[in-house]
Design a protein around this ligand. Sequence first.
Ligand code: NAD
Length: 362
Amino acid sequence: MESVGIGIIGAGGIAAAHAKAYQMLGTKAHLIGVADIDEERARAFARRFDIPVWSSENDDILKRDDIQIVSLCLPHHLHAPIALAALQAGKHVLVEKPLAISLEEADSMIRAAQKAKRNLGVVFQLRFESDVQRARLILERQLIGTLFYAEVSCLWWRRPMYYENNWRGKWATEGGGAVINQAIHHIDLLLYLLGMPQRVYAEIDTIAHRIEVEDWCLATLYWDGMKASFCASTCAELEADVSRLLILGTNGSVQMFPFRPHSRQEERHLQIAEACRTIPEQELPGHTAQIHDFVFSVLEKREPRVSAVEGRRALELITAIYQSAFTQEMVELPLTPDSPCYTTAGKLEMARRYTAARAKRT
Ligand SMILES: NC(=O)c1ccc[n+]([C@@H]2O[C@H](COP(=O)([O-])OP(=O)(O)OC[C@H]3O[C@@H](n4cnc5c(N)ncnc54)[C@H](O)[C@@H]3O)[C@@H](O)[C@H]2O)c1
């Protein structure tokens, strides 16, 4: 295959980043169609990006033979059902984060992709940043010694208007709040750099917004010999949103964002600087780089750099965080299919009970 035809389903806020990234690929990718349940939105999007086909019916995209890749830019609860339909129609599918709202859904998507022999990827654009690659190299080479502590913060603010639509702010459609929507990027980075923790204890709260889901979370994550504190928020009224990842080792540290690796030992500090120099500066924004990687994974018949399995890992830790917050108990990882929040129905029932108990207390 020399080039691929592209369809985009969901023409809201993030879809433009996908369309622009595909357009930058010149002859390698052609935008063929866009669908949105809101036909006028699909039409306007098609006009803006010079896309020949638009529709309010997703099937009008999925049935076309000239489309090989579909980007899903949809509310979270629609990721699984529409990805399944797209895979069944023989498309390679790039899903915006999160992969799905439950592990049950994620597993059915991964199975469907394997069966259809199609690529299924999930957007985690921060992994494509040069500094993230540098941090990973520093840890792989154990340049900061034995790790003992990490701090992960997503202290963001979202205006009340952000939740004034038909899907955000609700367990059934957003699948959670600040953790599954915003801090999922930080959680993915944590997993990418440090691997899956063994246990988690978490608390969630809804502080500033009139929504069902959390706008605040505080958690402690435990590995053998190492701990991390994690907080996620959409209610932090700071001058600017703060994203922080700090990793401490016995011989140094790595901080992001901005990226500041450090060791007091001069020789190690020089080794760190030398390792960093081996990673070239990524010129494209992360989102664009990831979408290009997905297109090339299809053209070159290989796995994308961020596959659905990675999306499932982030969702597993997120599910454990919610389960701990709902039960007020420490949760052991990995989760199994009999974990109470594994299925969508189980998770929603746990959320319902948690919300009812919380309403009684306040
Ligand atoms: N990677 C990132 O940094 C990033 C940033 C923002 C959003 N996102 C993700 O992108 C996704 C979409 O978010 P958004 O902010 O663009 O949301 P949005 O609400 O702006 O857009 C969603 C679109 O889907 C359409 N839609 C709803 N139901 C549909 C259906 N059944 N069939 C077809 N279209 C349908 C809506 O009409 C709307 O245009 C979410 O998963 C979100 O988490 C990712």
